[in-house]
Each structure stands twice: as C-alpha cells, then as structure tokens.
Design a protein around this ligand. Sequence first.
Ligand code: CTP
Ligand code: MG
Length: 171
Amino acid sequence: MALDFKPIDGLYEGLIAVIPAMFANATPVLARGRRPIDGGLKFLDGRRLLGDGKTWEGLIAGLVAGAIVGFLLALVLGEPQIAYIGLLSSIGAMIGDLIASFIKRRLGMQRGAPAPVLDQLNFYVGAVALLYIAGFTITPVMFIILAIISGTAHIAANMVAYKLKLKNVPW
Ligand code: CTP
Ligand code: MG
C-alpha cells in the first residue's frame, strides 16, 4: 500500500509519523547523561539556559533511537520516505523538548518541576512543527487525535520510568 504523508490525514500515517518522536522522547532518560547542553551557561535573567536535565548524551541517544525506529518502520513497510519522516520527527521532538526547558527556566521553574501540558506535548508539537515545515502538513483533526495519543504515551512512559527508578518524579 502506497502511503501519502502530504498531508498527514489518516491515523495510520499519523502514527507512523509520530512513533519515532515518541521513541526519541523516551530514550534520553536512559542515557544517564552528565554533560549539559548549555554547558552551565546562564541566560540574561541569571537562570540556566536549559538546565542540567538536557544533556548531550540524552540528546544524541534520543536522535539515534528515533532515527533507528524510523529506519526500521521504513524497512518493514517498504517505504523509504518513512526513514526521512522519522528523522524529521525525532529532530523535531528533541527541539521541542529543548524549547520547553528554555521556557521553564525563563519562568523560574527548577529542573524537573512539573509543567502540565508543556511537559507532555513539547516533543509532539516539535515533531509536527518540523514535519510541517518540511511539507508534511497535518489536518487539524489529526493534530488533535495524535496529540491525545502522544500525551497519553508520554504519561505512560514516564510512569514506567519512575517505577524503574530511572526518574525521581512520575512526570
Ligand atoms: N534527559 C537528558 N537529555 C535530554 C533530555 C532528557 O539527559 N536532552 C534526561 C535527564 O536526565 C532528564 C530526564 O531525561 O532529567 C527526563 O527528561 P525531562 O523530563 O525532559 O527533563 P527534566 O529533568 O524534567 O528537566 P526540565 O525541567 O528541563 O524539563
Ligand atoms: Mg520533566
């Protein structure tokens, strides 16, 4: 079956497009990174640019995991384009996560402080935004359906990470 991702208007295409982002988003916590991306740098407000929760190890692990998942989906479904979509989806997810931390720090929130909605959907919005820029637009209905699925998957993945003691907080 030939898949059409322009626009992303079906659940099947939508899931394929966001699953790499989900893996990219769930992987950094496993990396146990120690090198902050901001290198300890502070912004004009005197607070950290991103904080210790965003590390190079986590970023790279997330990108690699998402890219691999996209590649495997492309292979299994016999659609090379999916590898490209998976890459965009993963890069977008990581950018969304970094932007969210930047915003949290500007609001004076400590690393790991809960920011409802922002914490759950940053990766999804980042992924969809980058895909959109690359020409893979999405219908409003699909955007909402995938947001609900992505947010739920994020919550579930974080509960598991908390239970496995990979995270100190369940969000
Ligand atoms: N992580 C990482 N590198 C990244 C993203 C995440 O090392 N680029 C790891 C960190 O150990 C982080 C954990 O994954 O603590 C959970 O990620 P997240 O919830 O996004 O970070 P927080 O610690 O909550 O930090 P923030 O308040 O900035 O969101
Ligand atoms: Mg967090």
